[in-house]
Ligand binder design. Structure first.
Ligand code: WTA
Length: 570
């Protein structure tokens, strides 16, 4: 027997029936999402209340909210325990002067404390700024400085990478070790909940584009409407589900679909600490009985490369698997079918969109190579360079009709950048290229800019180039994504050397480690190539990354043809 995720849509208030996608699509109204939230009754909202406290108030306090597992320990928390802990953290934030709208950063590994700290910041009305745990000094400094963060919650270990003296706005650093030591006082009711408006700031995620430093994408509390509905219908969460999203909450997938969406729908959420290993991942699924699993193609490819290893584990609990962040290749779909006996459902969205926009809904047909169809309530367009809609089947700019509840509220302190997403009246421009077929299925065709996507993580070439040229040996740098079978793309840097430096293996390694140590491991170039000169535009002298990328693609194609025996190397 094969397992199949069932559709939730027919069960939601009896309004929709997925067997007829076109009808739902036409009749869908985002307003119905509001009905699923308690805020519908009061008019005021707090996303942390909706995510945790509401379930306690509705009688589900004893249900397990979080499972934490790493190589050496395993612990669980009920919704009531998470409520008590967020109240405890919230009280300490208030004692430290945190007010509505303040930016509170959270720099922690993937642990329950990380999730609880994010929720506590939101509970007191602050804007949570979760940071990826692999960030190094410069990455941490630039992000907190950009939006004048005032308070940071971290631990003793990661605090070593926080250059507090270079972050003038940051007046307080709290250590989880200290917070955890203080006696926990259980409080009744919503004493620490700051009731806010739908438009008030919720969370800020820094993300990369092709130019400039990472931008602070600010989301509003209204986004929980998007989260709760897609959690129900796309993730297919039901009460008995054990849900595991592998992303860290410092990335939007880890916050929206690792924290908000599943907990808004009262799922039991798995938090996995420690390093990636195929053994750990498979045994986690077996041990905790994971039923819904959300990850990325690179992770699936890493598991695939372990061959038959999956046969040692009982993975039969898994009934629904989802993917995001990079193109989902047919080999991966085949692997999931062999190992887990399930289909993988692709989802397309971006940090800026705040939630799923194109999806393979649980009960819909899947077309390999396609990301699925627009979520009900979402209208997409494939536009030409003038912003005109192209006919079905043609490749163009993937755009989405504005607005929708998850759409970002602003780019922090950068109105120009914000406006650049909306240059055609009524459309949000994603920066992706795509085509849509007659049935509405959307096929990803690449990026329309220089953004790098390595292992599903967005990397801005500018940030890496800026770091590279801080190294004394580097004169100029051009950074691109080089096609890679495992990671989709890998970060490759072309550099010219300053006078007096000559190329050596040691020097290139030193440069690589320089970026790794100051910026972060995931953004450090895996390959560095020294060139005499970098291609540039004639007028402004800007480095032509596209030309560098074209060169890499040409080399890759040549190598492939050679290995297939079509060309003969001399
Ligand atoms: C890419 C992650 C192919 C795309 C949620 C997008 C995808 C960028 C897919 C956003 C997919 C996302 N297939 N490519 N299913 N999903 N992308 O902001 O280029 O980290 O613009 O958000 O990832 O990355 P971000």
């Amino acid at each position: 027997m094969t397992k199949q995720a069932t559709s939730h849509i027919e069960k939601v208030d009896g309004i929709y029936n997925l067997s007829n996608y076109d009808t739902i699509y036409e009749n869908f109204d985002w307003k119905d999402a509001k009905k699923l939230l308690s805020a519908a009754k009061t008019g005021k909202i707090n996303a942390a209340y909706e995510t945790i406290d509401r379930h306690v108030d509705e009688g589900f306090g004893d249900k397990t909210a979080l499972h934490y597992i790493n190589e050496t320990e395993k612990r669980s928390y009920t919704f009531k325990e998470v409520k008590d802990k967020t109240d405890h953290y919230a009280r300490i934030l208030k004692e430290n002067g945190v007010k509505k709208g303040d930016r509170v950063f959270i720099f922690l590994p993937k642990t329950p404390e990380c999730y609880i700290a994010i929720l506590a910041a939101i509970k007191v009305g602050a804007i949570a700024g979760p940071l990826f745990e692999a960030f190094m000094e410069d990455a941490v400094r630039d992000r907190i400085n950009d939006c004048d963060g005032t308070l940071l919650i971290t631990d003793q270990e990661l605090a070593k990478r926080v250059p507090q003296q270079d972050i003038p706005s940051l007046h307080t650093i709290l250590y989880v070790e200290d917070i955890e030591k203080e006696p926990l006082q259980s409080v009744d009711g919503d004493q620490f909940v700051e009731w806010v408006d739908w438009e008030d700031g919720l969370i800020i995620h820094y993300t990369s584009g092709s130019t400039g430093k990472p931008k602070g994408v600010l989301h509003a509390h209204r986004a929980v409407q998007h989260h709760i509905v897609t959690g129900k219908w796309v993730l297919d969460i039901k009460d008995e589900d054990v849900y595991w999203c592998t992303s860290h909450p410092g990335w939007v997938t880890g916050s929206v679909y690792g924290l908000f969406a599943p907990l808004l729908n009262r799922a039991t959420v798995v938090i996995q600490g420690g390093r990636f290993s195929a053994e750990n991942w498979y045994s986690l699924i077996e041990e905790l009985g994971v039923t819904i699993w959300y990850s990325a193609p690179t992770a699936f490819r890493m598991l695939l490369s372990q061959g038959d290893l999956y046969k040692k584990y009982d993975l039969s609990s898994v009934r629904h698997v989802l993917s995001v962040g990079e193109p989902l290749n047919p080999e991966v779909i085949q692997w999931a079918w062999n190992s887990l006996k399930v289909r993988i459902h692709d989802t397309w969205w971006m940090t800026e969109t705040g939630g799923h926009l194109i999806v393979n809904l649980p009960a819909e047909k899947i077309k390999p190579g396609s990301m699925g169809r627009p979520f009900p309530g979402v209208q997409i367009g494939i536009l030409d360079d003038e912003g005109q809609e192209l006919p079905r089947g043609e490749v163009g700019q993937l755009a989405v009709r504005t607005p929708w509840p998850g759409l970002m509220k602003e780019i922090w302190g950068n109105q120009d950048k914000f406006k650049s997403y909306f240059q055609y009246e009524g459309w949000y421009i994603s920066g992706d290229l795509a085509l849509q077929d007659e049935e509405g299925y959307v096929f990803f065709q690449g990026r329309n800019d220089d953004m790098i996507n390595s292992a599903g993580e967005r990397i801005g070439p500018f940030e890496v180039e800026s770091k590279l040229i801080e190294h004394p040996a580097v004169e100029e740098a051009g950074v691109i994504g080089k096609p890679d079978e495992l990671r989709g793309e890998l970060v490759k840097a072309f550099i010219t050397l300053r006078q007096g430096f000559s190329q050596s293996k040691e020097l290139l390694e030193e440069i690589r480690i320089f970026v790794r140590k100051n910026l972060s491991a995931h953004a450090a170039p895996r390959e560095i190539e020294v060139v005499e000169e970098l291609p540039k535009t004639k007028i402004s002298g800007k480095i032509l990354r596209r030309q560098l990328k074209a060169l890499e693609i040409e080399r890759a194609n040549k190598a492939r043809l050679q290995s297939e025996g079509v060309l003969h190397s001399r």
